[in-house]
Design a protein around this ligand. Structure first.
Ligand code: ADP
Length: 487
């Protein structure tokens, strides 16, 4: 099959979260299954910097050409390189006005032109395929940024030679980011007025690309089976649960995998010492080094709790802030790496300032430090309000760090909480209600059980030996593509 990925993020080139991880790994696994995969992403400033830093050549695939759509015209240039560590072609869509910005999702001169930027990106993917002679069997669009592609495909592209046989798959990585904009923005999509309708991209008077992707894709997936169930209910459906129920015949959940080369404690170059299940000395060294880096006193018998996350409401830190000091008092140390909303950044910084002996906070994004935290901690907290899949808990499991999670979304698909009777299968700790006390008791259960080193090793081994690699999920995507082609 020839599969074209359209995505806003690709790890390690430009990423803000799990979307980047998936689009950096899945294409390589599909390639291993023998498919012909091409990835399109915007040529962000961050991507340029990445290639410069790495000394990787990026060659022009096509000189800039104008794209005219709606009442807009903009130039798109196309550059070609390979997805790092693979032979998968990566096409970078260049337009400096849209993509040369301080952050991946920066506004322009204070105005948020997100719909215009990504409508342009979708148009450029279409044009890029035509100019470069790429005739996809499957156009796999990721998240709202690429959601207009299945709509464009429906709106007439099948008449073009390039897309004659193309079927589309749309993957929801996070339903809460829908790219919705006011009604005036409909003109920016360049779609025929037929698409300004409740059974297309119009949603209660707004333009909603995510809705369009869900309705017009031949198959729709999301990133865990449990999240697929949850978002068909009003509580988690973010206003689109009815739409998702209506398309349930073509909607499924495929659990993300992890890049088992990048996230491998037995060979991770970011660690002082490597380790694996059954040979955990390197984990003790990692804990010691992390404590040093965090300016905390190394205490072998004190559980070290970690957080690596975007600091936003979704991640449930409103549950953690009120009880973190109490956890420290109860005998834990904590390290936090994250960035996001001021409220959380200041809240964590304040707790660290009040507890310099037991808590350390880094505000920012640091992938290498993230590796050292997964390796050096004993527990990783993820009290998420919702979590489409969650990768952090899988990295933690692989690195022998037991996750403490709220049982939602993909967290419930991957973490088996220890309840005193299930040591053969348990790999972490969990709670259900979004309440600080419940998070406290789940974490405290982790801290108490940490003292039982034989039990702890069993739980660690259960997590470390579980297969979270992409190969199983890639086969499920392959089956999804086959269904799309038959449909
Ligand atoms: P989401 O996509 O909702 O942010 P995921 O758990 O799916 O959550 O993916 C988060 C990814 O981003 C993981 O690879 C995690 O290690 C990384 N990450 C999040 N915050 C940071 C940070 N401050 N520094 C380094 N990596 C981070």
């Amino acid at each position: 099959m020839r599969i074209v990925f359209a995505t806003s993020e690709v790890s390690p080139i430009a990423k803000t979260g799990g979307l980047g991880d998936v689009c950096g790994s899945l294409p390589k696994e599909l390639r291993k299954l023998g498919h012909d995969v091409v990835v399109f992403m915007p040529f962000y400033r961050q991507a340029r910097q990445y290639f410069e830093r790495e000394g990787v050549a990026v060659e022009s695939a096509h000189p800039p050409v104008p794209i005219v759509w709606a009442n807009w015209a903009a130039q798109a240039g196309f550059h070609r390189t390979l997805l790092p560590g693979s032979d998968v072609p990566l096409i970078l869509v260049e337009n400096d006005y849209f993509f040369d910005r301080e952050h991946i999702y920066s506004t322009h001169a204070g105005a948020d032109d997100f719909l215009l930027r990504y409508a342009f990106f979708c148009r450029a993917v279409v044009l890029g395929c035509q100019l470069l002679g790429i005739e996809p069997d499957i156009l796999h669009a990721h998240d709202w940024h690429a959601a207009l592609l299945p709509v464009y495909l429906h709106s007439g592209l099948r008449g073009s030679e390039t897309f004659r046989a193309t079927r589309s798959v749309f993957t929801i990585h996070n339903l809460n980011y829908q790219g919705a904009a006011g009604p005036d923005a409909f003109a920016l999509t360049g779609l025929h007025s037929r698409y300004w309708a409740g059974d297309a991209v119009e949603h209660f008077g707004t333009v909603n690309p995510m809705k369009g992707g869900i309705i017009f894709a031949d198959q729709v997936t999301t990133v865990s089976p449990n999240y697929a169930r949850e978002i068909q209910t009003p509580v988690h459906g973010a206003g689109l649960d009815g739409v998702l129920r209506a398309v349930s015949y073509k909607f499924s959940g495929v659990l993300n995998g992890i890049d088992s080369d990048e996230w491998d404690p037995s060979s991770d170059p970011h660690l002082e010492a490597n380790f694996e299940a059954g040979k955990l000395h390197g984990k003790t060294v990692s804990k010691r080094m992390l404590a040093k880096e965090a300016r905390l006193k190394y205490k072998a018998k004190t559980p070290l709790i970690g957080v690596v996350s975007r600091l936003v409401d979704q991640k449930g830190f409103q549950l953690l802030l009120p009880i973190l000091s109490k956890l420290l008092k109860a005998g834990a140390q904590a390290v936090v790496l994250g960035s996001g909303e001021n409220y959380y950044e200041e809240g964590f910084a304040q707790i660290a300032a009040q507890n310099p002996e037991s808590c350390s906070v880094w505000l920012g994004f640091d992938n290498e430090l993230a590796h050292r935290i997964y390796a050096g901690c004993d527990l990783l907290l993820m009290p998420s309000m919702y979590e489409p899949c969650g990768l952090n808990q899988m990295y933690a499991l692989r690195y022998g760090t037991l996750p403490v999670v709220r049982m939602t979304g993909g967290l419930a698909d991957t973490v088996v909480p220890y309840d005193g009777t299930n040591r053969e299968i348990a790999n972490g700790f969990g709670f259900v209600d979004p309440a600080s006390e419940d998070l406290y008791f789940a974490t405290w259960a982790g801290m108490l059980n940490y003292k039982d080193s034989r039990l702890w090793k069993t739980l660690q081994t259960n997590g470390m030996q579980h297969d979270f690699s992409w190969s199983r999920s890639a086969r499920q995507y392959e089956a999804t593509y086959e269904r799309a082609l038959k449909g």
